[in-house]
Ligand binder design. Structure first.
Ligand SMILES: [Cu+2]
Length: 266
């Protein structure tokens, strides 16, 4: 999401082993997951439109409240969204993109304005660009044809996102709303597994059992950090909190990592 390797997480047009499948459970999984991606995309566009209007109207507090909510729709479907070249860094890149020769735009630039710098002369233009980019992204996301292996890999990629960007407090460095993203990535990961469940249960019921157990442990732990409509800020977490979350995430991720191997056998 900061540029390096952003195009490799979720290859949409590749000819992966399980690209085409005759298995009805896998076909149903792809259809179900695609419908879900579409619904998240629609909500992402709606919420981004509202967010952009608030920013442009100078309603800073309301924009700050909507920020982590609007982003959650993106974070749930991030592996799909990442496959569209520069749209990902334009929408979700951090300030680090400047070092790669790109302009710092999108959600995180607005995050910085809202939380740190105050609204700037070009804030409205950045907001307009964000809406244009999100509109394009959602349109493209709807035309993507997914395969079962991408569901499996995407599910794991979302957990890797948590491990590299959220558990570190790196992604939401100005707003510190990383746990909102954490939950959204986790939900996206679980959604892909839920769609694959009938197939996985037939092929490896023990793995499903381990995924359920470790997923519940992670979910229960995350719940303890809930506050109001959202979560405590990343800056409120102690070192011990981060360690516990990391361990629970790793346990879940280890099991989800095995899903691709089971799907590839189809
Ligand atoms: Cu992100």
């Amino acid at each position: 999401m900061v540029g390096n390797g952003i195009r490799s997480a979720f290859t949409v047009t590749g000819d992966a082993p399980a690209a085409k499948t005759d298995d009805q459970d896998l076909q149903a999984a792809v259809a179900g997951y695609s419908r879900w991606v579409n619904s998240q995309g629609d909500a992402f566009l709606t919420r981004t439109t509202e967010f952009v209007e608030l920013v442009k109207a100078g309603k800073v507090e309301e924009a700050k409240a909507l920020y982590p909510v609007a982003r959650s729709y993106w974070e749930r479907i991030e592996p799909v969204a990442e496959s569209f070249g520069d749209l990902d860094p334009k929408i979700d890149g951090r300030e680090d993109v400047v070092e790669e020769g790109m302009a710092f735009t999108g959600y995180h630039r607005l995050e910085k304005d809202l939380w740190v710098d105050g609204l700037q002369k070009d804030t409205s233009a950045i907001a307009d660009q964000l809406l244009a980019d999100v509109t394009e992204l959602v349109t493209k996301a709807k035309s993507v044809e997914l395969n079962p292996l991408q569901l499996a890999n995407g599910s794991k990629a979302l957990l890797d996102e948590i491990a590299t960007g959220k558990i570190t407090g790196e992604e939401e460095r100005y707003s510190h709303t990383d746990l909102w993203d954490f939950e959204a990535n986790f939900e996206g990961s679980k959604q892909a597994i839920a769609e694959l469940r009938p197939y996985l249960t037939k092929k490896d019921a023990a793995l499903v059992g381990r995924i359920d157990a470790t997923g519940k442990a992670l979910g229960d732990l995350l719940e303890t950090y809930r506050q109001g409509d959202g979560f405590v800020l990343y800056t409120d977490l102690t070192e011990d909190d981060v360690k516990k979350l990391t361990q629970a995430l790793d346990a879940f991720s280890e099991n989800v990592a095995q899903v691709a191997g089971v799907v590839a056998k189809a």
